[in-house]
Write a protein that binds this ligand. Structure first.
Ligand SMILES: NC(=O)c1ccc[n+]([C@@H]2O[C@H](COP(=O)([O-])OP(=O)(O)OC[C@H]3O[C@@H](n4cnc5c(N)ncnc54)[C@H](OP(=O)(O)O)[C@@H]3O)[C@@H](O)[C@H]2O)c1
Length: 228
Protein backbone atom coordinates (compact mmCIF):
# COMPACT_ATOMS: atom_id res chain seq x y z
CA UNK A 1 0.00 0.00 0.00
CA UNK A 2 1.28 3.47 -0.77
CA UNK A 3 0.23 7.08 -0.41
CA UNK A 4 -0.53 8.85 -3.70
CA UNK A 5 -1.23 12.27 -2.25
CA UNK A 6 1.07 14.45 -0.16
CA UNK A 7 4.62 15.58 -0.71
CA UNK A 8 6.40 12.38 0.23
CA UNK A 9 4.72 9.16 -0.92
CA UNK A 10 5.18 6.35 1.57
CA UNK A 11 5.46 2.69 0.60
CA UNK A 12 4.50 -0.37 2.66
CA UNK A 13 2.42 1.39 5.26
CA UNK A 14 2.46 -0.21 8.70
CA UNK A 15 -0.70 -0.54 10.79
CA UNK A 16 0.57 2.28 13.00
CA UNK A 17 1.15 4.55 9.99
CA UNK A 18 -2.25 3.64 8.60
CA UNK A 19 -3.95 4.61 11.85
CA UNK A 20 -2.04 7.91 11.84
CA UNK A 21 -3.09 8.60 8.23
CA UNK A 22 -6.76 8.18 9.20
CA UNK A 23 -6.57 9.87 12.61
CA UNK A 24 -9.74 11.87 13.34
CA UNK A 25 -9.41 15.38 14.78
CA UNK A 26 -9.20 15.24 18.57
CA UNK A 27 -11.85 16.65 20.85
CA UNK A 28 -14.54 17.67 18.38
CA UNK A 29 -17.59 15.84 17.08
CA UNK A 30 -16.39 14.19 13.88
CA UNK A 31 -18.57 11.89 11.79
CA UNK A 32 -16.87 9.75 9.21
CA UNK A 33 -18.73 7.41 6.87
CA UNK A 34 -16.84 4.47 5.40
CA UNK A 35 -18.04 2.77 2.22
CA UNK A 36 -16.72 0.52 -0.56
CA UNK A 37 -17.66 0.35 -4.22
CA UNK A 38 -16.49 -1.09 -7.51
CA UNK A 39 -15.04 1.09 -10.26
CA UNK A 40 -18.47 1.01 -11.94
CA UNK A 41 -20.08 2.33 -8.77
CA UNK A 42 -21.71 -0.74 -7.25
CA UNK A 43 -21.87 -0.94 -3.46
CA UNK A 44 -22.61 -4.67 -3.44
CA UNK A 45 -21.97 -7.67 -5.65
CA UNK A 46 -24.04 -10.66 -6.64
CA UNK A 47 -24.77 -11.71 -3.05
CA UNK A 48 -26.28 -8.23 -2.36
CA UNK A 49 -23.61 -7.79 0.32
CA UNK A 50 -20.26 -6.02 0.48
CA UNK A 51 -18.48 -9.34 0.94
CA UNK A 52 -18.68 -10.03 -2.79
CA UNK A 53 -16.88 -6.80 -3.76
CA UNK A 54 -14.44 -6.00 -0.97
CA UNK A 55 -10.95 -7.45 -0.57
CA UNK A 56 -8.26 -7.93 2.07
CA UNK A 57 -6.92 -4.38 1.80
CA UNK A 58 -10.41 -2.96 2.27
CA UNK A 59 -11.00 -5.26 5.25
CA UNK A 60 -7.75 -3.98 6.76
CA UNK A 61 -8.86 -0.35 6.51
CA UNK A 62 -12.41 -1.22 7.66
CA UNK A 63 -11.06 -2.91 10.80
CA UNK A 64 -8.54 -0.13 11.47
CA UNK A 65 -11.23 2.56 11.23
CA UNK A 66 -13.21 0.74 13.91
CA UNK A 67 -10.25 0.97 16.26
CA UNK A 68 -10.25 4.77 15.81
CA UNK A 69 -13.96 5.11 16.56
CA UNK A 70 -15.67 5.80 19.88
CA UNK A 71 -18.94 4.61 18.39
CA UNK A 72 -20.14 2.83 15.24
CA UNK A 73 -23.38 3.98 13.62
CA UNK A 74 -25.21 1.74 11.18
CA UNK A 75 -28.52 1.80 9.32
CA UNK A 76 -31.05 -0.90 10.05
CA UNK A 77 -30.94 -2.21 6.46
CA UNK A 78 -27.21 -2.78 6.63
CA UNK A 79 -27.27 -4.25 10.13
CA UNK A 80 -29.88 -6.75 9.00
CA UNK A 81 -28.36 -7.61 5.61
CA UNK A 82 -24.81 -7.87 6.90
CA UNK A 83 -25.91 -9.65 10.11
CA UNK A 84 -24.19 -7.18 12.44
CA UNK A 85 -23.12 -8.46 15.82
CA UNK A 86 -21.83 -6.44 18.80
CA UNK A 87 -18.31 -5.01 18.47
CA UNK A 88 -15.98 -5.67 21.39
CA UNK A 89 -15.18 -2.39 23.14
CA UNK A 90 -17.15 -0.11 20.81
CA UNK A 91 -20.88 0.57 21.08
CA UNK A 92 -23.06 0.27 17.98
CA UNK A 93 -25.88 2.73 17.36
CA UNK A 94 -28.52 1.29 15.08
CA UNK A 95 -30.57 3.88 13.16
CA UNK A 96 -34.15 2.79 12.46
CA UNK A 97 -37.37 4.76 12.03
CA UNK A 98 -39.33 1.56 12.69
CA UNK A 99 -37.24 0.75 15.78
CA UNK A 100 -36.67 -2.78 14.60
CA UNK A 101 -33.66 -4.57 16.07
CA UNK A 102 -32.18 -7.27 13.82
CA UNK A 103 -32.00 -10.70 15.41
CA UNK A 104 -28.19 -10.65 15.32
CA UNK A 105 -28.13 -7.60 17.65
CA UNK A 106 -30.67 -8.93 20.13
CA UNK A 107 -29.41 -10.40 23.39
CA UNK A 108 -26.18 -8.38 23.09
CA UNK A 109 -24.25 -7.46 26.27
CA UNK A 110 -25.90 -4.46 27.96
CA UNK A 111 -24.66 -1.15 26.57
CA UNK A 112 -23.11 -2.64 23.44
CA UNK A 113 -26.11 -1.80 21.22
CA UNK A 114 -28.11 1.44 21.15
CA UNK A 115 -31.02 2.40 18.96
CA UNK A 116 -31.60 5.85 17.47
CA UNK A 117 -35.25 6.18 16.54
CA UNK A 118 -38.21 8.55 16.85
CA UNK A 119 -40.86 8.78 19.54
CA UNK A 120 -43.76 7.97 17.15
CA UNK A 121 -42.21 4.69 16.07
CA UNK A 122 -44.52 1.69 16.35
CA UNK A 123 -41.62 -0.45 17.52
CA UNK A 124 -40.49 1.85 20.33
CA UNK A 125 -41.80 -0.11 23.33
CA UNK A 126 -40.63 -3.43 22.00
CA UNK A 127 -37.16 -1.98 21.30
CA UNK A 128 -36.96 -0.70 24.88
CA UNK A 129 -37.74 -4.19 26.16
CA UNK A 130 -35.03 -5.69 23.97
CA UNK A 131 -32.22 -3.16 24.57
CA UNK A 132 -33.27 -1.52 27.85
CA UNK A 133 -34.91 1.92 27.84
CA UNK A 134 -31.62 3.68 28.57
CA UNK A 135 -30.23 2.43 25.30
CA UNK A 136 -33.03 3.73 23.10
CA UNK A 137 -32.44 7.30 21.95
CA UNK A 138 -35.64 9.10 20.95
CA UNK A 139 -34.45 11.78 18.58
CA UNK A 140 -37.43 13.54 17.03
CA UNK A 141 -41.09 12.65 16.84
CA UNK A 142 -41.78 11.44 13.29
CA UNK A 143 -38.27 11.09 11.93
CA UNK A 144 -34.81 10.59 13.38
CA UNK A 145 -33.06 13.95 13.82
CA UNK A 146 -29.59 13.02 12.56
CA UNK A 147 -27.79 16.26 13.63
CA UNK A 148 -29.23 15.65 17.10
CA UNK A 149 -27.89 12.09 16.96
CA UNK A 150 -24.39 13.39 16.23
CA UNK A 151 -24.66 15.93 19.04
CA UNK A 152 -26.12 13.43 21.52
CA UNK A 153 -23.33 10.93 20.91
CA UNK A 154 -20.67 13.66 21.21
CA UNK A 155 -22.17 14.78 24.53
CA UNK A 156 -21.61 11.22 25.78
CA UNK A 157 -17.95 11.67 24.94
CA UNK A 158 -18.21 9.73 21.68
CA UNK A 159 -16.71 12.37 19.43
CA UNK A 160 -15.01 10.03 16.96
CA UNK A 161 -18.05 8.64 15.15
CA UNK A 162 -17.85 6.04 12.38
CA UNK A 163 -20.88 5.27 10.23
CA UNK A 164 -20.66 2.08 8.19
CA UNK A 165 -23.62 2.87 5.95
CA UNK A 166 -25.69 1.91 4.28
CA UNK A 167 -26.57 3.88 1.17
CA UNK A 168 -29.87 5.35 2.43
CA UNK A 169 -28.42 6.41 5.77
CA UNK A 170 -25.38 7.95 4.07
CA UNK A 171 -27.61 9.97 1.77
CA UNK A 172 -29.70 11.25 4.68
CA UNK A 173 -26.66 12.07 6.83
CA UNK A 174 -25.16 14.07 3.95
CA UNK A 175 -28.49 15.78 3.22
CA UNK A 176 -28.78 16.84 6.86
CA UNK A 177 -25.22 18.18 6.92
CA UNK A 178 -23.89 15.68 9.47
CA UNK A 179 -20.97 14.12 7.61
CA UNK A 180 -17.46 15.49 8.06
CA UNK A 181 -15.67 12.86 6.01
CA UNK A 182 -16.35 10.06 3.57
CA UNK A 183 -13.70 7.36 3.41
CA UNK A 184 -14.30 5.38 0.25
CA UNK A 185 -12.61 2.28 -1.07
CA UNK A 186 -12.73 1.76 -4.82
CA UNK A 187 -11.99 -1.85 -5.70
CA UNK A 188 -10.64 -2.57 -9.19
CA UNK A 189 -13.69 -4.51 -10.39
CA UNK A 190 -16.60 -4.05 -12.81
CA UNK A 191 -19.82 -5.87 -11.97
CA UNK A 192 -22.61 -4.25 -14.07
CA UNK A 193 -26.00 -5.51 -12.81
CA UNK A 194 -28.60 -3.45 -10.97
CA UNK A 195 -26.90 -2.99 -7.63
CA UNK A 196 -27.15 0.04 -5.31
CA UNK A 197 -24.54 2.78 -5.28
CA UNK A 198 -23.04 4.03 -2.03
CA UNK A 199 -25.79 6.67 -1.85
CA UNK A 200 -29.44 5.88 -2.50
CA UNK A 201 -32.60 7.97 -2.16
CA UNK A 202 -33.70 11.42 -3.28
CA UNK A 203 -31.08 13.37 -5.24
CA UNK A 204 -28.39 15.39 -3.49
CA UNK A 205 -25.42 17.23 -4.98
CA UNK A 206 -22.59 17.73 -2.54
CA UNK A 207 -18.99 18.63 -3.44
CA UNK A 208 -16.17 16.58 -1.94
CA UNK A 209 -12.57 17.57 -1.36
CA UNK A 210 -9.89 14.89 -1.60
CA UNK A 211 -7.59 15.02 1.41
CA UNK A 212 -5.78 11.71 0.99
CA UNK A 213 -5.46 8.88 -1.50
CA UNK A 214 -3.87 5.51 -0.83
CA UNK A 215 -3.34 2.69 -3.29
CA UNK A 216 -2.87 -1.03 -2.74
CA UNK A 217 -2.55 -3.20 -5.85
CA UNK A 218 -5.13 -1.13 -7.72
CA UNK A 219 -7.50 -0.63 -4.79
CA UNK A 220 -7.89 3.07 -4.03
CA UNK A 221 -8.65 4.50 -0.59
CA UNK A 222 -9.83 8.10 -0.55
CA UNK A 223 -10.45 10.46 2.34
CA UNK A 224 -12.99 13.00 1.14
CA UNK A 225 -13.93 16.04 3.22
CA UNK A 226 -17.43 17.50 3.16
CA UNK A 227 -18.31 21.07 3.97
CA UNK A 228 -15.77 23.88 4.19
N1 LIG B 1 -20.66 -0.76 -0.10
C1 LIG B 1 -20.72 -0.39 1.16
O1 LIG B 1 -19.80 0.21 1.69
C2 LIG B 1 -21.96 -0.73 1.95
C3 LIG B 1 -22.06 -0.27 3.26
C4 LIG B 1 -23.20 -0.59 3.98
C5 LIG B 1 -24.20 -1.34 3.39
N2 LIG B 1 -24.06 -1.75 2.12
C6 LIG B 1 -25.12 -2.55 1.51
O2 LIG B 1 -26.27 -1.77 1.42
C7 LIG B 1 -27.42 -2.62 1.49
C8 LIG B 1 -28.41 -2.04 2.46
O3 LIG B 1 -28.85 -0.82 1.93
P1 LIG B 1 -29.83 0.16 2.68
O4 LIG B 1 -29.88 1.42 1.92
O5 LIG B 1 -31.09 -0.57 3.00
O6 LIG B 1 -29.02 0.37 4.02
P2 LIG B 1 -29.26 1.32 5.25
O7 LIG B 1 -29.20 2.76 4.86
O8 LIG B 1 -28.32 0.82 6.27
O9 LIG B 1 -30.71 0.93 5.76
C9 LIG B 1 -31.88 1.60 5.43
C10 LIG B 1 -32.74 1.51 6.67
O10 LIG B 1 -32.02 2.17 7.73
C11 LIG B 1 -32.90 3.00 8.45
N3 LIG B 1 -32.59 4.38 8.07
C12 LIG B 1 -31.84 4.84 7.06
N4 LIG B 1 -31.82 6.17 7.06
C13 LIG B 1 -32.58 6.56 8.10
C14 LIG B 1 -32.93 7.81 8.64
N5 LIG B 1 -32.54 8.97 8.09
N6 LIG B 1 -33.74 7.83 9.72
C15 LIG B 1 -34.16 6.69 10.29
N7 LIG B 1 -33.87 5.46 9.82
C16 LIG B 1 -33.07 5.42 8.74
C17 LIG B 1 -34.30 2.62 8.01
O11 LIG B 1 -34.62 1.49 8.80
P3 LIG B 1 -36.13 1.08 9.22
O12 LIG B 1 -36.75 0.58 7.94
O13 LIG B 1 -35.93 -0.01 10.23
O14 LIG B 1 -36.79 2.29 9.74
C18 LIG B 1 -34.06 2.23 6.56
O15 LIG B 1 -35.06 1.38 6.04
C19 LIG B 1 -26.95 -3.99 1.87
O16 LIG B 1 -26.96 -4.78 0.72
C20 LIG B 1 -25.52 -3.76 2.31
O17 LIG B 1 -24.71 -4.86 2.04
C21 LIG B 1 -22.97 -1.46 1.38
Amino acid sequence: MRVLTGAEPTENISDEDLAALYAPPAGEAFLRVNMVSTVDGSSTGEDALTGSINNAADQRVFAMLRTLADVVIVGAGTAKAERYSPIKGTPIVLVSRKAQIPQSLQGAPEGSVYLATCSRSDGLESAKEILGADHVLELGSHRVDLPLLKQTLAERGWTSQLCEGGPHLLRDLVFQGCVDELTETTVPRLVAGAYPRITEGAPIDVPLRLTMLLEDEGTLFGRWALGQ
